[in-house]
Write a protein that binds this ligand. Structure first.
Ligand code: ADP
Length: 515
């Protein structure tokens, strides 16, 4: 119940913190996005203001110029008008021609920069037939000033006109034909040139063809795109910040950057949680194993102790039947106390290793001697258990730097396991082999016992781990022997592994390098 509650708590913390991290991540991403949006908005606003200012400026230049001309036009003396206007039209770059139309809209005076008479006549007909019908002169209030902007047979025209209302005389109209190329080449150049360093500017005609600058293809809030309001109203002015392409790229990159940042922060938090979760699970598993270990060790201690007690009480109360029985009792007591002290040694060594206090004392030593000593130590036990011990030692093995007593402990653990688990079959044999391979010493302990299942081969070296079959068969053990073997092998720069087929036995191999 307690475990379930703990698991629920861990899951709750996991989801609460993980969920919080996700919410924070999204919030952070939103804030970053809003900041970026605001800075884009302010760039767009100043770009809009610039576009509007440039439109107004061009309008002002055209309208003010027209007004100056209109002020000069007077019909008091038609001859003087012609003389004055011929000069003005010749000198003025902005006006190509001045026409005066009578009340009904018919051209009565024409002064234009057209040398040929025939051409002039044609122009007059063009104005009368094509332009005047579009002017809606009858609806034009006095002194009102308007523009007509249109293309005709591939030519671009801009006319500026006004109704005059003299006292005591009929109304008439003044029509200026403005010099369109002049506006494109001179006025646009002069007005837009000053901001060209910070902005991209273009003017497009009614077909979208650029007349000034290059058309701005990108669309979006950062591009100002509007028609001239009253003068060149068929044309559009486009204004965009000079670094438009980079800005949108930067914006996109920043967005990706923010997203990556937020995602990695959330990822790190979730990973951290996963690590904590994993560590807690490990801890929980280790605690569970520790309890099993304590139970195992206690049992392991109790069994030899009660055997020793039983036989010593027997001796004290009744004595032995004969010398052979006495020897047998003594041997049992010795064997069980050996097992007891072996177990205690293991537990003590294990606790030193667990506490990080394991200190090895390396000295030059002979591995063959170590194997021989272990073979002598276990000879009696093998005999008792009916196990044949085959020892195979080479003669040319170099001396190694090792902790001799640790190496004995390692070997004892492996051989005792082989006796413990390998004696099940008739004709049990244990092989103790030592050989040299390149710059390594290979020590193998083999048995023809039940072997170890593949999926358990790595776990048996974990502390407290006991295989299910070992537990089920009631074989005594504490689950620390092989973890000690592994630790000692690694402390000598080597490693331990196990192989063998299930049902045919196990081969434990310890590999210790030397140089
Ligand atoms: P234990 O006290 O259980 O023997 P060990 O750490 O020495 O602990 O061994 C871990 C497990 O490895 C054992 O429980 C057993 O299942 C398995 N094992 C070890 N040696 C052998 C072997 N020679 N044959 C089969 N299984 C073995």
């Amino acid at each position: 119940m307690g475990q379930i509650r703990r698991l629920i708590l861990i899951l709750f913390v996991f989801f609460a913190v993980g969920g919080g991290a996700l919410v924070l991540g999204f919030y952070g991403y939103g804030v970053a996005g809003r900041i970026a949006e605001r800075s884009e908005e302010s760039v767009a606003a100043s770009n809009r203001a610039l576009g509007q200012k440039l439109l107004d400026r061009i309008e002002r230049v055209i309208i003010d110029g027209d007004r100056n001309f209109f002020r000069l036009v007077s019909l008091d003396d038609p001859r003087e008008f012609k003389a004055l206007w011929r000069r003005i039209v010749r000198l003025s770059p902005a006006v190509n021609g001045v026409l005066v139309l009578d009340e009904r809209g018919r051209v009565i005076h024409l002064v234009a920069q057209i040398a040929e008479k025939k051409e002039r006549r044609r122009f007059r007909t063009f104005v009368n037939d094509v332009i005047v019908p579009d002017l809606a002169l009858d609806k034009l209030p006095p002194e009102e000033h308007r523009h007509l902007h249109r293309s005709y047979q591939g030519k671009r025209f801009l006319f500026s006109y006004i109704r005059r209302h003299p006292t005591g005389a009929p109304d008439y109209f003044v029509l200026l034909q403005l010099n369109v190329p002049y506006f494109i080449e001179e006025v646009f150049e002069a007005e837009f040139g000053s901001v060209a360093s910070s902005a991209r500017i273009s003017v497009l005609d009614d077909n979208g063809e650029p007349l000034f600058g290059q058309a701005i293809e990108e669309i979006g809030s950062l591009v100002f795109d509007e028609n001239f309001p009253t003068t060149l109203y068929k044309w559009r002015l486009q204004v965009a910040p000079k670094a438009l392409a980079e800005m949108s790229d930067q914006g996109r990159q920043r967005q990706y950057g923010d997203l990556a940042l937020v995602a990695s922060a959330v990822g790190i938090i979730i990973m951290g949680l996963a690590v904590i979760f994993f560590a807690l699970r490990q801890e929980q598993r280790a605690n569970a194993l520790k309890s099993v270990f304590i139970a195992n060790v206690t049992h392991e201690l109790k069994t030899p102790l009660s055997i020793i007690r039983m036989f010593s009480e027997l001796l004290a109360l009744r004595g032995a039947k004969d010398a052979a029985a006495l020897r047998e009792y003594a041997e049992i007591i010795t064997r069980e106390s050996d097992r007891l002290s072996g177990l205690i040694d293991n537990v003590l060594d294990f606790s030193r290793i667990e506490g990080g206090k394991a200190a090895y004392h390396f000295a030059e030593s002979d591995m063959t001697g170590v194997v021989q000593r272990v073979a002598t130590l276990v000879a009696y036990r093998c005999e008792q258990a009916g196990v044949k011990l085959n020892v195979d030692l080479p003669s040319d093995l170099p001396r190694l730097m090792m902790d001799e007593s640790a190496m004995i402990l390692l070997l004892l653990n492996l051989v005792e396991n082989a006796i413990k688990y390998g004696v099940r079959s008739e004709g049990a044999e244990i092989g103790l082999h030592l050989r040299r391979s390149d710059s390594k010493v290979l020590l193998t302990v083999s048995d023809n016992g039940p072997g170890i299942a593949k999926d358990e081969r790595r776990r048996i070296f974990d502390r407290f781990y006991r295989s299910k079959s070992a537990q089920d068969s009631g074989t005594r053990g504490s689950g620390i022997g092989l973890s000690l073997v592994k630790h000692i092998a690694e402390a000598h720069g080597g490693r331990v592994s196990v192989r063998g087929d299930l049902g045919k036995g196990s081969i434990f191999e310890v590999c210790i390098p030397f140089d």
